[in-house]
Design a protein around this ligand. Structure first.
Ligand code: SF4
Length: 701
């Protein structure tokens, strides 16, 4: 009985853990990933971080769903089940695929036909492929008949995209982060690449060591500060005060790029008038940065021969996130720091495929390639391609959909690979809204907090089990290949979507992602000259790509912007009241985010043994002096309370945190930080303010 082991084979794919999009080799033996190695991809050059290297044994975790589940007749939906997976599981029974799909589709059909299409909504996923995102939004738009389709982009860069579309006509990055190698100055604001884009951070460090000037603006310190020339630890929520003060200096001292402005940008006179009130001496108290330093940094940025701007959730996850991004875009345009090597605007995308899923139309106000649903010509083109009639009215966004569910206006949902019962703000409300739905279909790898409230749960496939393309933060479209098969009866997500579409009356026949990709290239001119065959051969092609054999364009907008007249627009951003000001009852600012080892709601990384061993518990970080003042020892339990909820975690001393600020990661089910967060939305991007709410911190007796 001695079995000869199959030799390991290496399957070329992409890491599914963040928008950097590192190319990986999955070394596979006996249908298991034994090891992951970095391949020489354009965004990683062989490098990987801890998640890409060690984060894959969630595939074989005993929690994997291997059979469809149906809620047992009469089993109540209790939001408390989100925290009790065993109790949640007892409320389901196993079913065949036929029965589960029949039940899933019948519930959606009856709401569509009985109440109306807009009583339905779908959440797709930035963790899946472009083909899945495209088909999912097509299913919701043509099978459900509504534009109520969205995904977690709403919770990350929606504000950045709103400001970018308004200002320069495109929401994607204007240059890859590898432009750091040609940059003379790198300006990073509201981003923590060492934790959230770790391999990109290694290239930023290389650039700083080579001599680039690194300027970091963030209320929290980070290990990247060691490489910086200037560190601006500004007051949380005061991005506009800081950035407008920089604009004031540049315009007052005549440091703007007049030639660039005259040739390519509108709105200077209004911005100049607006910036007058923002002298650094006036703003320093508000943003917490000395006027002299604001002046120094503004001059450095304006005079730099090539400045690249990178930003993250610190800018966008705010109820004035769009204004933050407007000020940042204005700074870049006024100084002409765009369209040349080493310059540009780069919102660092968080999830592995948030760029691609947004491009594919997985957003409620836009069809594929960012055509507004109300644009008659664009809608007619899509109606002709899809053979369907589309609703011109934009749909609801993520948080709006759950608000509508709470009111009873949304009655049924199909959620693929998203976990709003962990990721949405003010979770008690979000969970109650999900529990209230008449019909909830969840397609995922595990019985997530969201699946615990479902009527039908469909076992899906993990990224290393699938073929498909994803688009990283650099606009690089990359191909992933199946390395292993799914456990039990778990199915390919694409096949589940197609099955659902058929049961909703659509005659779909897609058998392979390459057929979907071919249709996408018809629907999306942005993908011109990128084919599946080419991706199989080259692994990665950047869009836009000018010719079938040409490389894609890494730096865009050399001479014009994709706006009707080719010009950009400066949009003045005003100061607004921070979302929830600390007061006597809630004297701290709570900020939430990620950690290096855990990804988003933790569904995958908390089931990856190495990653969970590194960060096993929900921590609450404070400056060491604050912990002393509160009489709390590092490692002891403490309680964090906001106007919405109260949770407990383990105290951690973090010298990089300013006084008065508490940080919590949001990946931990047992102490879900989003129970605490504020659900109010930015009026333009409809993004909640995850980075700032008022909180109280106490020792647990
Ligand atoms: Fe994966 Fe991002 Fe780490 Fe690269 S940097 S290995 S894409 S998590």
């Amino acid at each position: 009985g001695h079995r000869v082991a199959e030799p390991a084979r290496e399957v070329a794919s992409v890491c599914p853990y963040c928008g950097v999009g590192c190319q990986v080799g999955f070394r596979v033996r006996d249908n298991r990933i034994e090891e992951v190695v970095g391949r020489d991809g354009p965004s990683n050059q062989g490098r990987l971080c801890v998640k890409g290297r060690f984060g894959f044994d969630y595939l074989t975790h005993p929690d994997r769903l291997t059979k469809p589940l149906i809620r047992i007749e009469g089993a109540t939906k209790d939001p408390a089940d989100c925290l009790e997976p065993a109790r949640a599981r007892e409320k389901f029974r196993e079913a065949t695929w036929e029965e589960a799909m029949d039940r899933a589709a019948a519930g959606l059909r009856s709401i569509r036909d009985g109440i109306g299409p807009n009583a339905l909504a779908g959440f797709g996923s930035a963790k899946g492929s472009n083909e899945e995102a495209y088909l999912f939004q097509k299913l919701v738009r043509t099978g459900f008949g509504t534009n109520n389709v969205d995904h977690c982009t709403r919770l990350c860069h929606a504000a950045s995209v709103a400001a970018l579309l308004e200002g320069i006509g495109s929401g994607a990055v204007t240059a890859p982060f590898m432009a750091v190698h040609e940059a003379d100055l790198i300006f990073i604001i509201g981003a923590r690449p060492t934790e959230n884009h770790p391999v990109a951070a290694t290239f930023i460090k290389d650039a700083a060591l080579r001599g680039a000037t690194l300027v970091i603006a963030d209320p929290r310190g980070s290990s990247l500060d060691r490489f910086a020339t200037e560190v601006l630890r500004f007051t949380p929520g005061e991005d506009v005060a800081l950035l407008n003060a920089m604009l004031h200096v540049i315009l007052a001292e005549n440091l703007q790029d007049d030639a660039f402005l005259a040739a390519r940008v509108d709105g200077l006179a209004a911005l100049r008038a607006h910036a007058e009130a923002y002298a650094p001496e006036v703003m320093e108290a508000r943003c917490g940065i000395p006027a002299e330093q604001i002046r120094r940094v503004a001059r450095l940025f304006a005079r730099s021969p090539a400045a690249l701007t990178l930003w993250g959730m610190g800018v966008s996850q705010s109820i004035h996130g769009t204004d933050n991004a407007r000020a940042l875009i204005a700074l870049t345009l006024v100084c002409g720091q765009l369209g040349r090597p080493g310059t540009g605007l780069h919102p660092l995308r968080g999830q592995n495929n948030v760029q691609g899923a947004s491009d594919a139309g997985l957003i409620p106000m836009m069809l594929p390639d960012y055509h507004r649903t109300g644009d008659d010509a664009a809608r007619a083109a899509m109606e002709a391609l899809w053979g369907a009639v589309l609703d011109p009215a934009p749909g609801l966004t993520v948080v709006e959909i759950l608000n509508a569910a709470e009111r009873g206006a949304i009655r049924g949902m199909y959620i693929m690979g998203e976990n709003p019962a962990m990721s949405d703000p003010d979770l008690a409300h979000a969970r109650a809204a999900l529990a209230r739905l008449d019909h909830l279909v969840v397609q995922d790898l595990f019985l997530t907090e969201t699946a615990a409230l479902a009527d039908v749960v469909l076992p899906a496939s993990a990224w290393p089990e699938k073929d498909g393309t994803v688009t990283n933060t650099n606009r690089q479209v990359q191909i992933g290949r199946a390395a292993v098969t799914s456990p039990g009866e778990a199915r390919q997500d694409l096949a589940i979507i197609v099955d659902m579409a058929r049961r909703l009356g659509l005659g779909w026949t897609y058998a392979h992602p390459r057929e979907v990709f071919a249709e996408m290239t018809q629907a999306m001119p942005s993908l011109a000259n990128i084919t599946w065959v080419r991706l199989e051969r080259e692994n990665s092609v950047t869009y836009p790509c000018p010719a079938p054999e040409a490389p894609g364009e890494e730096i865009v907008f050399h001479d014009r912007f994709p706006t009707p007249d080719g010009r950009a627009l400066l949009v003045p951003a005003g100061l607004s009241q921070p979302e929830e000001l600390p007061d006597a009852a809630f004297p701290f600012v709570l900020t939430t985010g990620r950690q290096l080892e855990h990804w988003h709601t933790g569904a995958m990384t908390r089931r990856a043994s190495v990653l969970d061993a590194l960060e096993p518990a929900a921590t609450v970080s404070l400056a060491p002096g604050e912990l002393r003042r509160l009489g709390i020892a590092a490692g002891a339990r403490l309680r964090v309370t906001t106007r919405r909820a109260s949770i407990e975690g383990v105290a951690r001393a973090d010298p990089a945190l300013p006084e008065g600020v508490v940080f919590m990661p949001f990946a931990f089910r047992e102490a879900a930080a989003n129970l605490l967060t504020d659900p109010r939305l930015d009026p333009y991007g409809k993004i909640p303010g995850f980075k700032l709410c008022a909180a109280r911190v106490e020792p647990v007796p």
